[in-house]
Design a protein around this ligand. Structure first.
Ligand SMILES: Nc1nc2c(c(=O)[nH]1)N[C@H]1C(S)=C(S)[C@@H](COP(=O)(O)OP(=O)(O)OC[C@H]3O[C@@H](n4cnc5c(=O)[nH]c(N)nc54)[C@H](O)[C@@H]3O)O[C@H]1N2
Ligand SMILES: Nc1nc2c(c(=O)[nH]1)N[C@H]1C(S)=C(S)[C@@H](COP(=O)(O)OP(=O)(O)OC[C@H]3O[C@@H](n4cnc5c(=O)[nH]c(N)nc54)[C@H](O)[C@@H]3O)O[C@H]1N2
Ligand SMILES: [Mo]
Length: 643
């Protein structure tokens, strides 16, 4: 007999797909899309189809481990919890800031809110601030709109034209990919803008391949052409936008020829795109995370927001400049308990190596959950070196990845298939159930169970509640709006307070109530000009984040470069090459593309250093100027053949 359990993929991905887990006896046999889902409507991506293999992978760690004389040995859960609780309790008494809690992005479900709460109830420890994901763009949109809310992806079907900008939906966004396909079938233009040729090219009717990091100049050039044609949205700009004069100054600062040169595009192509924007209303601008990973990302996103205003896209069905959703939106944020500890210390995630190295008092013990900072943070060598100096490191996860290998205590986590929870996503506003499909494997425990056990041990009696009790508290704002936990459990519901077309009333939650136009321009930063290639390390098709299959690893990371450039360097297809940044070098395998830009090296992110596959040994740790994001793509590299 096959049991079918409605659940959802909680992994770090904007689609947050509703799933059906097929279970035979006690074994998960398949994960398929939930046909009743209004979002993924029965579809699911390749990463999910193979996920059951990850759940049962023989290398998954199913028992707590402690390191004794450099080797992992099994330890009982009670003893493991005692050990960790003792480290926490001792430091809380003496030097609370010397305890560090690192919460990664591997799973962002409702119950994960109680993790930080435990520490906030205890004392002012050290936690994180900033992000390696989408901070810069979110901060930019908060400046322009007052609050970042995107159009529901199904609303893009009402657009006359889509511009997909710095995003790779064929790999990362199944729902957007579906909309792009549908638009193509209807004969509507779908323009893709990316300095790297990706699988999404086939979902577009026109692919523009600008110089990396030059998108703000492109947006300003387009706006200028629309103003010059007198086709700007005069009503919106006059009545709902602030700062038109200043914005126009910025727009008219440079002419088309200069801007085309800045973006390395043909002036005629920019003119054609401007004409298309004027002739096809409404235009849906759909932005991706590639735009967030530059020092001046805020200027880029604000320039595109403003272009959206000029084009008449803001607040209109089928329009919008959409970039994501707040995945914690349905919850009561006071559960985190941050107000209980105004003097907690916050380390900036994008420059964590430096923070750990330089900031006093030094960290004496840490807990890492759902993250693999040694593989995913920039300048990973520095992150590794600084973590290595921490006397006690507890890591809670699934596999012995780079971070786990360094642990003194490893706590085996359940996957979402072994858990009951609720999850919302950053690619839509649908709240999904996480219903337990199978029993926890081995001695695995959810983060929630681990935190409740710690709470019990540390005497936090009010903190220790059942998952059902906590879900009721965490989801109180949503329940108040009429969405019951039972409704969510049965399949899910849209967040009632998030409109599918935001700002239709043209009322913006900014200080003035208006949409705020870009008020200045900053030249993109060019660092390390002697290295000729921008290193773009985007999302790989085959794996998610650093959840790379330990069994199916590549021998070398591929690096895609222009074929002509390769020829000049004496590099042939498949050759091993050194990719060198100012931080070091990594051996990779050359993949030649005659159409690739000659100023870009594209490599997949998320590989592990223990396999020689971590691109972050090359990336420099740099904060975005606004939003505490990470400017990964500001790294430049050179290439040479391995002798
Ligand atoms: N298969 C798979 N899916 C994933 C992930 C994964 O690792 N694997 N990761 C998940 C996560 S954490 C996230 S945040 C999302 C990210 O989702 P996406 O934003 O779709 O993916 P990325 O590959 O990060 O970046 C998108 C594109 O931006 C381009 N880009 C880089 N710099 C520039 C620039 O200056 N201008 C322009 N116009 N484009 C630029 C890159 O070449 C890349 O193709 O995907 C999620 N989904
Ligand atoms: N060079 C480069 N590096 C990048 C990026 C880039 O563009 N270029 N993009 C960045 C982006 S967008 C992101 S979001 C980050 C992601 O970086 P991280 O936050 O480090 O996330 P993951 O790599 O997905 O690691 C998640 C880990 O959590 C585990 N896990 C999953 N669910 C649970 C759970 O419920 N409990 C516990 N305890 N563990 C769990 C998984 O098995 C996995 O090992 O990487 C960033 N790194
Ligand atoms: Mo991300």
């Amino acid at each position: 007999m096959t049991r079918l359990v409605k659940t959802a993929c909680v992994r770090n991905c904007p689609n947050t797909c509703s799933l059906i887990a097929k279970v035979e006896g006690e074994r998960l046999v398949a994960l398929v899309g939930d046909p009743d889902s209004p979002t993924n409507a029965g579809r699911v991506c390749p990463k999910c189809l193979v996920y059951p293999q990850r759940v049962y992978d023989p290398r998954r760690v199913l028992y707590p481990l402690v390191k004794v004389k450099g080797r992992f040995e099994r330890i009982a859960w009670d003893a493991a919890v005692d050990l960790l609780a003792e480290k926490i309790a001792n430091l809380i008494k003496t030097k609370p800031k010397a305890f560090f809690y690192y919460q990664g992005f591997g799973s962002r479900t409702a119950l994960k809110l109680v993790n930080r709460r435990l520490f906030n109830l205890l004392g002012p420890i050290t936690t994180l601030t900033g992000t390696v994901c989408g901070g810069a763009g979110q901060a930019a949109q908060d400046l322009d709109y007052g609050s970042r809310i995107s159009h529901d992806f199904r609303d893009h079907l009402k657009s006359s034209m889509m511009i997909v900008w710095g995003r790779n939906p064929a790999v990362t966004s199944l729902n957007i990919a579906r909309v792009m396909k549908a638009q193509l079938v209807e004969g509507r233009p779908v323009v893709l803008i990316d300095p790297v040729r990706t699988q999404s090219e086939k979902l577009s009717s026109w692919f523009l391949n600008p110089k990396p990091g030059s998108d703000a100049q492109l947006a300003l050039a387009l706006a200028r052409l629309i103003f010059e044609a007198g086709r700007e949205d005069k009503d919106f700009l006059a009545n709902h936008a602030l700062g038109l004069e200043k914005y126009k100054e910025v727009v008219f600062q440079d002419d088309l020829a200069k801007r085309a040169k800045d973006c390395d595009l043909e002036p005629e192509d920019i003119k054609t795109l401007a004409q298309m924007i004027m002739d096809n209303k409404p235009v849906a601008f759909v932005l991706g995370w590639g735009l967030h990973r530059w020092r001046n990302s805020h200027i880029t996103v604000r320039a595109i927001d403003a272009l959206g205003a000029v084009a008449g896209s803001i607040g209109r069905a089928g329009g919008g400049v959409s970039q994501g959703f707040e995945e914690y939106q349905p919850y009561d944020w006071s559960v985190w308990g941050d107000s209980l500890q105004p003097h907690s210390r916050r380390f900036l995630m994008p420059i964590l190596g430096e923070e750990l190295e330089k900031t006093e008092p030094k960290i004496k013990a840490c807990l890492i959950t759902a993250g693999n900072p040694l593989a995913t943070l920039p300048d990973s060598q520095r992150v590794r070196a600084s973590f290595s100096t921490i006397p006690f490191k507890a890591v809670c996860g699934h596999f012995l990845d780079d971070t786990a290998l360094l642990a003194d205590l490893f706590l085996p986590a359940t996957t979402f298939l072994e858990e009951t929870d609720v999850v919302a996503g950053y690619g839509h506003s649908y709240i999904c159930p996480v219903n337990q499909a199978i029993k926890p494997l081995g001695e695995c425990r959810s983060d929630f169970d681990l935190f409740m056990a710690l709470g019990r041990k540390l005497g936090l009696t009010d903190y220790v509640k059942t998952a059902a009790e906590w879900l009721k508290i965490i989801l109180a704002p949503t329940i108040k709006m009429g969405i019951s936990l039972e409704t969510i459990k049965a399949g899910g519901a849209y967040q009632p307070d998030i409109p599918h077309v935001p700002y239709e009333d043209f009322k913006f939650p900014t200080a003035t109530g208006d949409f705020h136009l870009l008020d200045h321009f900053e030249e993109p930063l060019v660092r390390d000009p002697e290295r000729p290639l921008a290193l773009i390390s985007g999302s790989p098709r085959e794996w998610l984040g650093s959840e790379i299959w330990p069994g199916e690893i590549l021998t070398l990371l591929p690096v895609t470069i222009n074929a002509g450039l390769a020829q000049e360097l004496g590099i042939k297809e498949g050759d091993p090459v050194w990719v060198t940044s100012e931080l070091g070098r990594l051996k990779a395998q050359a993949h030649l593309d005659p159409l690739a830009r000659p100023d870009v090296a594209a490599m997949p992110r998320g590989g592990w250093e223990q396999h020689g596959l971590n691109v972050n040994v090359l990336t420099r740790a740099m904060l975005t100027k606004v939003g505490h994001g990470t400017a990964y793509y500001q790294t430049r590299v050179s290439l040479e053949k391995v002798d």
